[in-house]
Design a protein around this ligand. Structure first.
Ligand code: PBE
Length: 300
């Protein structure tokens, strides 16, 4: 009886074994396919910023040119950095629209994905643009804006104070001015009349880099005795605004590429005072632990 029972149980046991082994194999296989492609690891998403930014247009172009099966998420620069931070904390893969100068490169180990098709346009500069007539209305301010020129490391110092050290932009700008008197002195003209215009209106977008530069310029103009009004708007409004003379100046023109289209629409109506910073760059940025190196690999 006992023996008969054992013989009967044998197929059941075998069935059990087979199920266990196959069951296990299936689970592993399933796991592999869900972790599988590069695209899955990035959740099929590129984390973008404000809709009007040049880098958003460039990324749409990149999606087309590299045939990327990805969705570009828009939002804000702050939300992009928050997503990057939380991905890094859990070592997840993430790809964001990024730019230099930016404090995030000092804070985390990041890299640009190579862009063999040159969609993001290579190295560029940030220019100062004035409305026509500013030179006549506020000669000293105009000359200061024309002379304003600094290094990426200067801008990064201000950005880092604001973003990593949680300093107020005005405070961070004043601190940088205090610590860089020699540089600032060269921007302030001597013996040039202030002119009839007492209040200078600067337009900008709340990108971390532009918050830094615009606040530094604001405090230099205040030191010179002008009133200053800052107006935070989006990229399109900043450009139509300077074209229409609603702003006296902007120090946030990323050229020749990122804001190329915007600039072309107003270039006959404004005065380009040239670069205030050289060595700027935009592109797709990932944490260094991400094992791909090129935009082309995003589809793998
Ligand atoms: N940015 C920062 C801007 C210019 C400055 C790269 C986000 C843009 O894409 O328009």
């Amino acid at each position: 009886m006992l023996r008969k029972y054992r013989v009967m149980m044998l197929p059941v046991f075998i069935l059990f074994l087979v199920t266990a082994v196959f069951g296990c194999t299936t689970t592993t296989a399933e796991k592999e396919s869900s972790q599988g492609t590069i695209k899955d690891k990035f959740n099929g998403e590129i984390i973008g910023i404000e809709p009007g930014a040049g880098i958003m247009k460039a990324t749409e172009k990149a999606i087309e040119e590299y045939n990327l099966d990805y969705t570009l998420k828009d939002g804000s620069s702050a939300a992009m950095v928050a997503a990057l931070k939380s991905a890094i904390e859990s070592k997840k893969w993430i790809v964001v629209t990024g730019w230099t100068p930016h404090w995030m490169f000092a804070r985390w180990d990041l890299k640009y994905l190579e862009d063999p098709k040159g969609v993001y346009g290579g190295e560029e500069h940030i220019a100062t643009i004035a409305r026509k007539g500013l030179q006549k209305d506020a000669p000293a301010a105009y000359q200061m804006l024309d002379a304003f020129y600094w290094q990426p490391s200067d801008m990064e110092a201000v950005m880092l104070d604001i973003n990593a050290n949680k300093m107020d932009p005005d405070e961070a700008a004043q601190k940088w001015i205090r610590e860089n008197e020699d540089k600032v002195k060269k921007w302030i003209p001597e013996g040039v009349p202030k002119g009839n215009l007492k209040k200078i209106k600067l337009g900008y977008v709340e990108w971390d880099s532009e918050i830094a530069s615009t606040h530094v310029v604001k405090h230099v103009l205040l030191k010179m005795g002008y009133d200053v009004e800052l107006k935070a708007v989006d990229a399109g409004v900043m450009w139509t605004g300077i074209g229409a003379g609603q702003f006296d100046a902007i120090v946030a023109a990323w050229l020749p590429y990122t804001h190329g289209d915007y600039y072309d629409q107003v270039k006959d109506k404004v005065e380009n005072l040239g670069p205030n910073l050289e060595g700027a760059k935009i592109g797709l940025v990932v944490p260094k632990y991400v094992t791909i190196n090129s935009i082309e690999e995003l589809n793998n």
